[in-house]
Design a protein around this ligand. Structure first.
Ligand code: AMP
Ligand code: MG
Length: 422
């Protein structure tokens, strides 16, 4: 096990080299939002299935409009869902509604606003148009047999529309990892415990739960384990049946920090436990190969720092990308935007610092302003933040006015690259 401090990017790389997308399962279309396609999907017909009108108006022969206004005889009314029964001859047209098939003989559509209805089944056309005007040609949206969605596509509302178009009532998606959350610490007070002024409310289980939920995954809360090696081992054993186990607290070097030795004793192979970041270190990452129904599966264990802000920041930087990869996503990191810093930031070179900031819109872009006191226990700094700004490890401070990159905490759009340079 490496004892030195890893850089944030090396730690991220180490984690992402270990995790891969999980296998596939079928889900109903109605339940597939936010999941990732594990199969490619092809169109099963042309859309539209024939040339259709893009407007409410008249299907005409464009050659009849060499001179406008032109008066044409209306031979038929065609609604969406009707099939035309007549061929449009010279001097004739058909009244047509949006989505209705263009009749034989017609080669353009004139929208109703450019016409004037005359008595006795005649209409005056006021504009000349080219062939194909306001016609949606057969197969212009999708061609029968064409790959319309590739494996790895995240299922958005637009994708759901495409899947419904090709009649996928059920789709193959990557499994969601099963995630367990365990908090540790003698000082912790559970949600249902009476308020004790000497105790610390267990906020980490809930903040982590919400961070997992925000990725579309429902985690299991395993409760609170006391700082006792035997009790801890019991709780950890339960958690090691999951795909991912998040353990909050107890990973540091204090005499009562039993998490690392206990998970190692349970067979977890530690990859690292120190990252050069603030807030954040100690962050432990390890893997257990477990036997599950005759096959070997991995349980990824994250030992997160107990300080509430550190726990959340470590989740964003390390756990979220891993969960996204397991779920099959290609884009693993929070989307970033550029912002102008409104004040100086002091920084001691050596570790990457994640500063909680609020964003405001200004002409030409955004400004970023620290949420205030940044202590790793100041959970309100996280509650108020629009994003995380990374001060690179080698920085000796940032001046007001400089442009910085902010990872958006409230967005649902992710990107492939980390949002900062070390
Ligand atoms: P630890 O990492 O166990 O040394 O804990 C560091 C700090 O985080 C201590 O002040 C703990 O009281 C606090 N802490 C640990 N676990 C939690 C939790 N689940 N919720 C809120 N604070 C916590
Ligand atoms: Mg503790």
């Amino acid at each position: 096990m490496a004892m030195e401090y890893l850089s944030v990017t090396n730690a991220q790389q180490c984690i992402l080299e270990s995790v891969t997308a999980l296998g596939a399962e079928p889900v109903k279309l109605e339940q597939s939002l936010g999941r990732v396609l594990a199969e490619e999907v092809r169109a099963n017909r042309d859309i539209p299935p024939y040339d259709v009108s893009a407007m409410d108006g008249y299907a005409v022969r464009s050659a009849d409009l060499a001179k406008v206004p032109a008066t044409l005889e209306i031979i038929e009314d065609i609604k969406a869902g009707d099939m035309p029964t007549k061929t449009v001859q010279a001097g004739q047209c058909a009244r047509i509604m949006t989505g209705a098939p263009v009749p034989q003989g017609a080669d353009a559509v004139i929208r109703v606003e450019d016409t004037q209805f005359l008595a006795e089944g005649k209409v005056q056309i006021n504009v000349a148009v080219k062939r194909g005007n306001d016609i949606r040609v057969q197969g212009e949206s999708m061609r029968n047999g064409e790959v319309v969605l590739t494996a790895g596509t995240e299922i958005t509302p637009g994708v759901i529309g495409v899947l419904a178009t090709v009649k996928c009532a059920q789709v193959q998606v990557h499994h969601s990892p099963r995630v367990a959350i365990l908090s540790t610490g003698d000082e912790l007070e559970g949600m249902d415990d009476p308020v004790d002024p000497n105790k610390i409310p267990n906020s980490n289980s809930y903040a982590l739960m919400a961070q997992v939920q925000a990725l579309g995954i429902a985690p299991a809360l395993l409760g609170i384990a006391r700082d006792d090696p035997d009790e801890l081992a019991e709780y950890l054993q339960r958690g090691l049946h999951f795909d991912v186990l998040l353990v909050s607290g107890g990973t540091s070097v204090g005499v009562h920090d039993y998490v690392r030795p206990t998970i190692e004793a349970l067979g977890v192979q530690m990859k690292f436990w120190r990252v050069a970041m603030k807030p954040g270190h100690p962050l432990a990452f390890g893997i257990l190969q477990r036997n599950s129904g005759g096959t070997t599966k991995d349980t990824f264990v994250f030992g997160l720092p107990g300080n509430p802000v550190s726990s959340m920041v470590c989740f964003e930087e390390f756990v979220a990308p891993a969960l996204r990869r397991m779920t099959g996503h290609a884009r693993l990191y929070r989307r970033t935007i550029a912002a102008r810093l409104t004040h100086n930031i002091k920084h001691q070179a050596g570790r990457t610092e994640f500063i909680r900031v609020t964003l405001a819109k200004e002409e030409g872009g955004y400004t970023a302003t620290s949420t205030g006191a940044q202590g790793s226990g100041m959970l309100l700094s996280m509650a108020r933040a629009d994003g995380l700004m990374a001060v690179p490890a080698d920085s000796t401070g940032l001046a007001a006015g400089s442009m910085v990159t902010v990872q958006l905490l409230d967005g649902t759009v992710f990107q492939d690259d980390v949002g900062f340079k070390e």
